[in-house]
Design a protein around this ligand. Structure first.
Ligand SMILES: [Zn+2]
Length: 146
């Protein structure tokens, strides 16, 4: 199944490919201050595939904080938080904001609170590589730096 989504204005698009029905997908509620301010429901599954497309690359806003091991992907125009990415060389992983998907209501499990604040940099990166979605970025090359 492929689930399509986008920011509110459509400048940043997301496609999630997963074999599991959305009703069974586990969702996380990261307790970091960024995710709480967005009340984000996070989705990640190493068996799922994500494509993030900057349909309008000039609207791509990337934000980083804390240990600066990932980038939060937001739309500059409409302000929607779409995903968080980790890149290493050519490889990219992401966790997506499931509420950016058109079928958001079908992802009906309660988001489980998760506190990663005790992790060090190495542990954090290792966990993300193991648990986040392998990701393809389209249209990212011309994006402004965070
Ligand atoms: Zn937008």
């Amino acid at each position: 199944m492929i689930f399509q989504g986008q920011c509110h204005c459509g400048a940043i698009r997301v496609a999630l490919s997963s074999d599991r029905p959305p009703e069974e997908q586990v969702l996380g509620a990261c307790q970091c201050s960024f995710c709480r301010k967005h009340n984000a429901r996070a989705f990640s599954d190493p068996k799922a595939l994500v494509t993030l497309t900057a349909a309008e690359p000039q609207q791509l806003q990337r934000y980083t904080f804390g240990l600066r091991t990932s980038e939060q992907v937001l739309c500059r125009r409409c302000g929607v938080y779409v995903a968080m990415t980790l890149a290493e060389g050519e490889r990219v992983w992401s966790v997506i904001n499931v509420d950016a998907l058109e079928d958001r209501a079908r992802f009906s499990r309660a988001a489980e609170p998760r506190d990663y604040s005790a992790e060090d940099r190495e542990g954090r990166v290792a966990r993300r590589k193991a648990r986040w979605c392998p990701t393809t970025l389209v249209g990212w090359a011309v994006a402004a730096s965070p």
